[in-house]
Design a protein around this ligand. Structure first.
Ligand SMILES: C[S@@+](CC[C@H](N)C(=O)[O-])C[C@H]1O[C@@H](n2cnc3c(N)ncnc32)[C@H](O)[C@@H]1O
Length: 210
């Protein structure tokens, strides 16, 4: 089953995720992403934007920044577009596009965001996405990756168990991945990791490794 069919149903309920796992502003990965951006005007690509949660939060917090959200799932984008109609945000654009084959020139964006995506892709596809992110990112730009993280608190382990149950077979292995080495293979160097509720936000820059 492709991402598009997978998300036909998920699109309806997807935003419940934020209300359960990321509801506390101080420890939400959505807010951590914004804190990394600084105040200068930027061009941000939200790769696999889904229902646009990050894209809209960034656009609202940084009105001088242009955010482009792309996704392969028409259902997720429809949900995002419906939300966008309610918001007064002129600095967001949503485009139906495959992140493995981005229709943008090289070195186009100051920031590329890949949020809650890599864990659910097969390793080859994940590699293609990271390769495309590297291509469209300016040499001085930042790649921001949000991923699930096993919580230390035992109170959080029960809600996290539900995440584990709904994710695909390779999820537990992905959680154990040594992320610095993982991204190094694709020409990125980790500069910062922010631990958030059930998740971590990683900031990476291009290196000359590949
Ligand atoms: C778990 S959702 C994450 C949504 C959002 N980034 C967030 O942080 O909530 C994963 C998204 O990746 C999208 N996706 C998966 N493969 C893709 C691809 N090859 N190109 C573009 N989007 C893709 C899915 O359609 C889905 O909307």
């Amino acid at each position: 089953m492709g991402a598009d069919e997978n998300y036909q149903l998920n699109a309806k309920f997807y935003d419940v995720l934020d209300r359960i796992y990321f509801r506390k502003p101080a420890t939400s990965p959505r807010n951590a992403v914004i804190s990394i951006l600084g105040d200068e005007p930027l061009r941000v690509l939200d790769m696999c934007t889904g229902t646009g949660v990050n894209a809209f939060a960034i656009a609202e917090a940084r009105r001088n920044t242009k955010v482009i959200g792309i996704d392969i799932s028409a259902a997720m984008l429809q949900k995002a577009a419906a939300k966008l109609e309610q918001e007064e945000l002129s600095n967001v654009k949503l485009i139906h596009m495959n992140a493995a084959n981005l229709q943008f020139p090289s070195e186009e964006f100051d920031v590329v965001l890949i949020s809650l995506v890599l864990h659910e892709l097969n390793p080859d596809l994940a590699g293609q996405l990271i390769g495309e992110a590297r291509r469209v990112l300016k040499n001085t730009g930042k790649l921001i990756v949000v991923e699930w993280e096993e919580p230390v608190s035992r109170f959080k382990r029960i809600p996290f168990y539900l995440v584990k149950k709904t994710e695909s077979a390779g999820f537990e292995d992905f959680l154990k991945t040594e992320m610095e080495q993982y991204f190094f293979r694709f020409g990125f160097e980790m500069t910062q990791t922010i631990h958030c509720d059930y998740s971590k936000v990683m900031v990476l820059r291009k290196n000359d490794h590949i």
